[in-house]
Design a protein around this ligand. Structure first.
Ligand SMILES: Cc1cc2nc3c(=O)[nH]c(=O)nc-3n(C[C@H](O)[C@H](O)[C@H](O)COP(=O)(O)OP(=O)(O)OC[C@H]3O[C@@H](n4cnc5c(N)ncnc54)[C@H](O)[C@@H]3O)c2cc1C
Length: 511
């Protein structure tokens, strides 16, 4: 590249969206990724002809006219097709056999709930209103994030006062105020897995924005999640930019108090210089891995580091041969709950007799209209405590030792058995399985503590003023899901926010 306008570190959805937005504003961006493939949690991987997504099961708000869809179209110049995969996009099954379908029509969903819980009609209405108000309150918050730090100190209390109210309530507080029936409370909060912490710990804002995200159905990218990176890279390259994989950034380069570029962790310690550098690797990883150790002592860093990471997960990647629909597999995501207690979120893997309180089961090949063969894929996700894996932190992939392999094998078998308890007919179609742990997420995506969604969306997280594009360092910015909100669309919005902070004219595209 003759001239680099901006360096972006990390090619997850946040880094890709920020780079593509700057490219559309005429910049030459150098996007650096440590992994051998771009995409971060939207990357895919292959084994024996099967392809799995790492972190994309379901996206909402992709109907024509929705803002997330407009943003995606602008960043990819309309080259990504989003497929609404089924009228029912999620379904919950509880141990007592109760099954709740989530149709991609808000009114139908609430009408179903009202006919099932007729004494709660008013409470359901109150909940619906609360979700709407809380989700909409985010606009003021995001706008205030774009203001210079000093100005935002004065204006945020005015611009984001509604956000402050809703984001500081927990999901449990709001839901318990609206409805009384324990089963209904469980059903209304059962999608907690899409954002991480249980109802007593999550901010009601993240709950509201997540459930509202899916009120008009679930979408899947035609061709699989890798198309996001493939198509945004085309936008970046068309403007003269470049994306380099296998290029881990070791540290930021400073001149006095200004960030002037990055050093690559290779033999020659290659340096790249640019007027602006943006980190899309997550706020915690930025402080711990890219900034000098002294930065950790600043109030800015301390306020970020005291926030918890979101939970971590284990995943089963399954390969099937044959008509898995006959065994109950569907395009819609299936959530299996071992109890109605939504506070039980982690599988206590320390206990050899424990079972996972929740299984999230998804069949990506059934969601993709391009997929024509009988080689189907499945994924099972559940949450685990990081401390069960911590002793192998820092060991190399495939060289973690026999005790790790044994532990992993045991968990894999237990999870498979639990899946076949819920979906016994699937077993005969299974021809391949592989298991990932939080150490895999740490290794492939460099997510600290294997966190599934970056910083945990608690009330404290939304009180923290430091999670915004601007940092205390000149010419250095943050982006991605820790700046926007979690999820693919949250990270994309984070990317756009940072790009718009640098090039405010970008907003004109979305008037
Ligand atoms: C199992 C799972 C299921 C999910 N399901 C959904 C879903 O159905 N719907 C949804 O909306 N969201 C889902 N998500 C969440 C969603 O994928 C993420 O919130 C989002 O993609 C995060 O984007 P990001 O850009 O902020 O971070 P990331 O995707 O984590 O990107 C960070 C990037 O930075 C790179 N990096 C780190 N350090 C360096 C360095 N030093 N040098 C160079 N590169 C570096 C990493 O390799 C990575 O590519 C899921 C996530 C997981 C794990």
């Amino acid at each position: 590249m003759e001239k680099i306008d901006t360096i972006v570190i990390g090619s997850g959805m946040g880094g890709l969206a920020c780079s593509a937005a700057l490219a559309r504003a005429g910049q030459r961006v150098l996007l650096l990724e440590q992994h051998y493939v771009a995409g971060g949690m939207t990357h895919t991987f292959k084994r024996k002809g099967y392809v799995w997504d790492v972190g994309v099961h379901c996206l909402g708000e992709m109907d024509e006219g929705c803002y997330p869809r407009k943003i995606l179209d602008w960043l990819t110049e309309g080259r990504v097709t989003m497929h609404k995969y089924d009228h029912v996009y999620d379904s919950f099954t509880f141990t007592d056999g109760t099954k709740i379908d989530l149709p991609g029509d808000r009114e139908e969903y609430f009408a179903n709930l009202k006919s099932k819980f007729p004494k709660e009609i008013e409470g359901i209405e109150a909940y619906k209103t609360a979700v709407n108000k809380a989700a909409k309150s985010g606009y003021g918050h995001f706008f205030s994030q774009l203001l210079p730090t000093v100005l935002s100190r004065f204006l945020t209390p005015i611009l984001a006062y509604k956000f402050k109210y809703w984001s500081q309530l927990t999901t449990k507080e709001v839901v318990e105020k609206c409805v009384k029936t324990p089963e209904l409370r469980a059903i209304l909060t059962a999608q907690w897995g899409y954002y991480g912490p249980p109802p007593s710990k999550s901010s009601f804002y993240i709950h509201a924005v997540t459930v509202r995200h899916f009120w008009y159905g679930g979408f899947y990218p035609v061709g699989g999640a890798q198309v996001f990176a493939e198509e945004m890279i085309k936008t970046i390259e068309a403007a003269g930019g470049k994306v380099m994989t296998r290029t881990p950034v070791k540290e930021l380069l400073f001149e006095d108090d200004k960030v002037v570029g990055v050093v690559i962790a290779n033999e020659t310690q290659t340096k790249f210089y640019a007027p602006v550098t943006i980190s899309a690797v997550g706020a915690r990883a930025t402080i711990k891995n890219l900034l000098p150790a002294t930065a950790q002592q600043t109030t800015w860093a301390k306020n970020i580091l005291k926030l918890k990471q979101s939970p971590c997960h284990v995943a089963l990647y399954l390969g099937f041969q044959g008509d898995i629909k006959a065994a109950g597999a569907r395009a819609s995501n299936q959530w299996f709950y071992e109890s109605y207690d939504m506070e039980k979120t982690e599988w206590n893997v320390h206990d050899a007799n424990s079972i996972a309180p929740i299984l999230y089961v998804s069949f990506p090949s059934l969601k993709d209209p391009k997929h024509k063969s009988e080689m189907h894929t499945g994924e099972v996700v559940t949450f685990v405590p990081y401390d069960a894996f911590e002793k192998w932190h820092g060991t190399n992939v495939r060289k973690r030792g026999d005790d790790y392999l044994q532990f992993k094998k045991d968990l894999e078998e237990r999870l498979l058995n639990q899946l076949f308890k819920w979906m016994p007919d699937l077993k005969k179609y299974l021809v391949f399985h592989e298991f990932s742990t939080p150490l895999s997420t740490e290794f492939y995506c460099r997510a600290p503590q294997g966190a599934i969604y970056g910083i945990s969306p608690t009330p404290e997280r939304f009180r923290t003023r430091e999670l915004r594009p601007q940092t205390p360092y000149k010419n250095f910015y943050l982006t991605g899901s820790d700046v926007g909100t979690l999820g693919v669309v949250g990270a994309m919005v984070g990317g756009l926010l940072t790009a718009a902070k640098l090039r405010p004219k970008i907003w004109k595209e979305f008037r």
